[in-house]
Each structure stands twice: as C-alpha cells, then as structure tokens.
Write a protein that binds this ligand. Structure first.
Ligand SMILES: *Cc1c(COP(=O)(O)O)cnc(C)c1O
Ligand code: SF4
Length: 336
C-alpha cells in the first residue's frame, strides 16, 4: 500500500483518459513546435490534406525532439505528398462497403464478424483507410448495438466477434457494458476480439473500470494492438499491456509496413523484441492498403519479402509476424 505523503503529491496521478483525449494536439504547426521543428511549418499541406491531424500529447512526447524523420512524427504529420494522385489508390481500398451485412457489421471471413464499434480514434494515422470511410452511418453502437447483435445472434457460424473501428476503446466503458449484456444470450460467440491502438497512443484508457469490464467477460478475450515502431512503447504502455494480460486477454500486435518509418530489418526486429518485452506477440505485418493519399508510404512486395527473410534469420519464429495484404473479395487476409 502506498499512503499519501507530502512527496507523493510530486508524482503525477494517472489522469482521466477522456480529458487526455480532449487535450490532443490537433494543429500541425503546434505539433511541429512541440517537437522543436517549428521551422518546418511552411511545408505543411493546406487543410491538413483533407484529414485532420490528431495526436495525444503523451504520444507526441515519445517523438525525438528536432528530428523531422522521427518514425512516430511521420505516422501522424500531414505531408504534401498526400495531395499526389496515385493510380490504383482508391477511397474504399479493402472492399469494406461491399461486405456490409447490417448497420456496422462487416462479415467477410468465416466464423468472424467485425463490428465497426466507433468511428473515432485518439490518433489519426496518415496511412489509414479511415481517411475516407463513411463512418457517420456505419457504427454498430449507434443503435445500442441492437441491429448488429441481431445479425450475430441469427448466424450461429459466428464464433468470434471482432470490435474494430475506428477505435472501439474510444467508446465509454458504459457503452461496452451494454455490448457485454447484449452478448449474454448469444452463446455461439465464444471469443471477443478488440482491435485497438489506444493502449499504445493513450495508455491511460486501460483504467480500472475498463480492466474490470474485460476481466468479467465470460468469452475468451483477444486484444490486437497496433504499433509500428519500438519507440511507441514506454512505461505507461507497458503497464497498459500488463493490465490487459492480467484481465485474461491474449495480447497481439499488428503493424503496417511503412516506407521511411519501419521498412528495415533492424527496426522491425527491434519492434518484435520490444513487443515481447511488453508481453505482446507480433501477429500481422500489413502491406499498405491502397488508400488515396498514402502512396508515399508504400513498400514494394519484393522489398517486403526480403525484409521477412531477414527477420526469419535473426528472430525466433514466434517473433516473426505474418506478412499479409488485404484483397477485396478474398476469403481471408492474403499471405505474401
Ligand atoms: C481482418 C479482418 C478480420 C480478421 O481476420 P484475421 O485473419 O482473423 O485476423 C475479420 N473481418 C474483417 C472484415 C477483417 O477485415
Ligand atoms: S483506425 Fe487505427 S490506423 Fe486508422 S486512424 Fe485509427 S488508430 Fe490509426
């Protein structure tokens, strides 16, 4: 037990995640000044290239000061290159709209249904398909989950429910409690999977109430994080990962292969090692979805395969992620 003492007031208490969410940096010039790069502001695209900048201050604090090539900065900073038209780059790159089954439900893969639980994210990643997805109308939680859960209830082949988005942990824990109650009479769903970047970009989200919610779920629990670089981890992220595991979740990570950010073997190996140190196993390494505005991040398939070969040579097999691409209409993610 730690008792209050005059000195304990000097260490900052854990702050409410909703407050930290609201305090995120949303101005590109401010972000550049925060990391000591104010002089780079004239190279910003007008209007954030049509996709607002958003980055929690705790994530910005993990960026290297004064480094315009910082791998965390490059994931979130709007670039002029986003304005380039690239042939073959579309607004619905993964065929999501074609797989829609009910409001907010994507049922593309056998046994697994994916709920678009929320359109919001704590961070806006420049390479994300979310730049263009029409979330307004496609959120399962909007109608107290009813439509989405009706679909899942009627199809006994669905054994795994995947909460995705956006970021499903952007929902209040009370909203997640509603979902858990709705799942109580759907015994064929034996696994609940959560795809979230919040434990990485805003680890304070994994608070007592959320940990209690997760621990109490009767389903098996899988949390798939999204981190692309070892520098995204710090003590607070480690603590969030530990809490997820203590609540009974298997914790995995998916990354996106991004040119100039993590497209070398040293960086990817360091990420796998750092994940494992946090108790997380690498799951997928995604080839970029071809969304308009993200072409400058693409790594070609030959280079990606060479990187995988280098990783297999230097890491234990369980630390080598599977390199995949999502192809519209395929029955699963396609291995390269
Ligand atoms: C990626 C994805 C899944 C999960 O696929 P796994 O290979 O099981 O990780 C399920 N549904 C949709 C629509 C997806 O895009
Ligand atoms: S869905 Fe994931 S990749 Fe896309 S903006 Fe949100 S956190 Fe980033």
């Amino acid at each position: 037990m730690i008792t209050a003492s005059p000195t304990s007031r000097l260490s900052s208490p854990v702050r409410d995640w909703r407050e930290l969410w609201r305090e995120a940096i949303t101005d590109a010039g401010e972000l550049l000044r925060t990391v000591g790069l104010g002089q780079h502001a004239e190279r910003l695209p007008p209007g954030d290239a049509g996709f607002a900048l958003r980055v929690p201050r705790g994530f910005a604090a993990r960026m290297r000061h004064g480094d315009p090539r910082d791998p965390l900065l490059l994931q979130v900073l709007p670039q002029l290159a986003e304005l380039d038209e690239a042939p073959g780059y579309a607004t619905d790159a993964v065929g999501d709209l074609a797989a829609r089954e009910a409001r907010g439900v994507l049922h593309k893969y056998r046994g697994r249904a994916l709920l678009i639980a929320s359109g919001s994210c704590a961070v806006n990643c420049r390479y994300c398909f979310r730049r263009h997805f029409p979330y307004g109308a496609e959120i399962a939680a909007a109608g107290q989950w009813r439509q989405a859960l009706d679909h899942v209830r009627r199809d006994a082949t669905i054994s795994e429910l995947i909460l995705s988005g956006g970021d499903p942990l952007s929902l209040a824990t009370a909203k997640l409690e509603e979902l858990a109650r709705g799942l109580a009479d759907i015994p064929h769903v034996t696994r609940l999977r959560i795809h979230t970047r919040l434990p990485v970009v805003l680890p304070e989200r994994i608070d007592d109430a959320f940990a209690a919610w997760l621990a109490a779920l009767p389903q098996q629990k899988v949390v798939v994080l999204h981190a692309n670089h070892a520098n995204e981890f710090d003590a607070a992220v480690d603590a969030a990962c530990a809490r997820l595991r203590e609540a009974g979740a298997t914790v995995l990570n998916q990354s996106v292969l991004l040119r100039g950010i993590n497209d070398d073997a040293d960086t990817l190996a360091a990420l796998s090692e750092r994940l494992f140190a946090a108790g997380v196993l690498p799951y997928y390494l995604h080839q970029l979805d071809r969304v308009q505005g993200a072409a400058h991040f693409e790594v070609d398939d030959d280079a990606a395969l060479a990187l995988m070969g280098a990783l297999r040579e230097r890491l234990p097999g369980y630390l080598v992620p599977k390199l995949v691409r999502e192809v519209a209409g395929d029955a699963a993610k396609r291995p390269l």
